[in-house]
Design a protein around this ligand. Structure first.
Ligand SMILES: Nc1ncnc2c1ncn2[C@@H]1O[C@H](COP(=O)(O)OP(=O)(O)O)[C@@H](O)[C@H]1O
Ligand SMILES: [Mg+2]
Length: 261
């Protein structure tokens, strides 16, 4: 991300504030949160920051991303998840057991000094096969004693984040949907960015050129998407070949960066 947009300024978005609030709630209560939102509004961008911001002291937030292949292999999912959170060399042990055990080192309801809180955030959940979601639910259910008042027992929070395809009520996913819906006390639908957010991002990308800034902000607002703005900007810079970006460069870039494939 940073390689592609080395000078993207960070703007405060509504998505960031909501995701942060929800993450805190899920972390502090060891509960399940479900967040859905449109593509390109800055969810992933915000989650990286939030995972870092909230990880301090006895709080630890792990962020993993669902693999892009909709794979049903539980083993592979947890192998890669363990790798992502920095746990290596678990020998022949079952990766799911290792992962669940690792998350269940979280004792959110112990008294101060002995407390430790873990939150797992899974991004791009619309890519998760239902059977994988079910295993996440199983790991989460490992915290039921703690959630039912046994303060010495372990439990960790989970935040599942995806676009609007996540937990759509298709027939094959209905059971998974129900099980998660009834468990998830925290549910949020993220809105599209507000008008000011497109302008703030355009301002950061074109601080010195009113015309380009305005064209880019309008493009973003029309598309309801921050990512396309950042991509159009990067592409326009490429077209400009090291020189100043012109309206023609930007227009061409917006045309291509706004594709609907
Ligand atoms: N708060 C922000 N500040 C600056 N740029 C942002 C911000 N949020 C998103 N962007 C830009 O939009 C791009 C896409 O955001 P991303 O987090 O991938 O969206 P989503 O996960 O909602 O699809 C980012 O790579 C970045 O260029
Ligand atoms: Mg994303």
């Amino acid at each position: 991300m940073s390689a592609m947009h080395p000078i993207t300024p960070i703007i405060r978005t509504g998505a960031y504030s909501i995701l942060r609030d929800v993450s805190r709630a899920a972390l502090e209560t060891a509960r399940l949160g479900i967040v859905r939102g449109p593509v390109g509004i800055g969810k992933t961008f915000a989650l990286w920051q939030i995972a870092e911001d909230l990880s301090h002291g006895d709080d630890q937030v792990f962020l993993i991303e669902a693999p892009s292949d909709k794979s049903k292999s539980v083993r592979r999912f947890y192998q890669s998840a363990l790798y992502d959170i920095g746990v290596y060399g678990h020998g022949g042990a079952d990766p799911f057991d290792v992962f669940a055990g690792y998350m269940l080192r979280s004792f959110p309801f112990r008294r101060a000094g002995q407390r430790k809180r873990i939150l797992l955030i899974v991004d791009e959940c619309q890519r998760l096969a239902p059977n994988i979601l079910e295993t996440l639910r199983d790991a989460y259910d490992g915290g039921w004693l703690a959630r039912n008042g046994m303060t010495e027992e372990p439990a960790f929070g989970i935040l599942l984040v995806g676009n609007h395809d996540f937990l759509k009520r298709t027939r094959s996913e209905a059971a998974t949907f129900e099980a998660l819906r009834t468990r998830g006390p925290i549910k949020v639908e993220l809105p599209r960015p507000e008008a000011g957010e497109y302008w703030a991002l355009a301002e950061g990308l074109f601080p010195e050129n009113d015309a380009l800034r305005s064209a880019l902000a309008k493009h973003g607002a029309k598309r309801g998407n921050l990512r396309e703005m950042a991509e159009a900007h990067a592409l326009a810079r490429h077209y400009a070949g090291g020189g100043p970006i012109s309206a023609i460069h930007l227009e061409k870039a917006m045309l291509f960066a706004g594709g609907t494939m």
